[in-house]
Design a binder for this molecule. Structure first.
Ligand code: MG
Length: 190
């Protein structure tokens, strides 16, 4: 038993976590481009001249973070298990029916968005309330029989919000570097 336990892999590289997340999201009908589109729609309200490339790059980067990996993997599994009726007791129907006052799905969304600070969280609130693009499609599809997107819609919205905040951070970093007359160089990874 102890030997079997040793073989279990629980630590992954950034690249592996990104690939797992991309695959899991696709399996649940979510493309990275559809997340980046929400990022673009949100951030282009505040910043001129943003490209879709930087939005997609931000989504990809966020999907490689360990905390995000754990949230995506857990959230997607909770939805899948609820679809299969695998929970016991009242929580099965609470999750499956996406009870408005449940709130733990939003807590997970706030955690993910909070990796990019309070602005990340307020951006998540906007997406959660106004439900654009893929978040709306997930929310609507989740009302169909046999489909549960209770956690997925919040996690996807939170990734879009975090990416949107990252775009703002990158652009501000660029601006600051312009001010001091040097090309963008950062000692830390945004
Ligand atoms: Mg939800």
């Amino acid at each position: 038993m102890a030997n079997q336990d040793k073989k279990k892999k629980i630590i992954f590289t950034r690249q592996e976590m990104f690939e797992f997340n991309k695959k899991t999201l696709l399996k649940r009908g979510v493309t990275l481009e559809s997340i980046a589109e929400i990022t673009y729609q949100q951030q282009s309200k505040y910043t001129d001249d943003i490209s879709r490339d930087i939005c997609l790059e931000s989504v990809e980067k966020i999907l490689s973070l360990r905390d995000v990996f754990h949230h995506v993997q857990l959230g997607a599994e909770i939805d899948r298990l609820a679809e299969e009726g695998m929970f016991q007791g009242p929580i099965q129907d609470i999750i499956y029916e996406d009870l408005g006052l449940f709130g733990i799905d939003e807590t997970m969304g706030l955690e993910v968005a909070g990796l990019y600070g309070t602005i990340g969280q307020t951006n998540f609130g906007d997406i959660d309330v106004n439900k654009h693009g893929i978040v709306k499609r997930l929310n609507d599809a989740g009302k169909e029989p046999g489909i549960c997107h209770t956690f997925l819609d919040d996690i996807v919205g939170a990734i879009a919000a975090a990416a949107s905040t990252r775009v703002a951070q990158v652009m501000n970093e660029d601006l600051a570097h312009e001010d001091i007359g040097v090309k963008r160089f950062s000692i830390f990874d945004l």
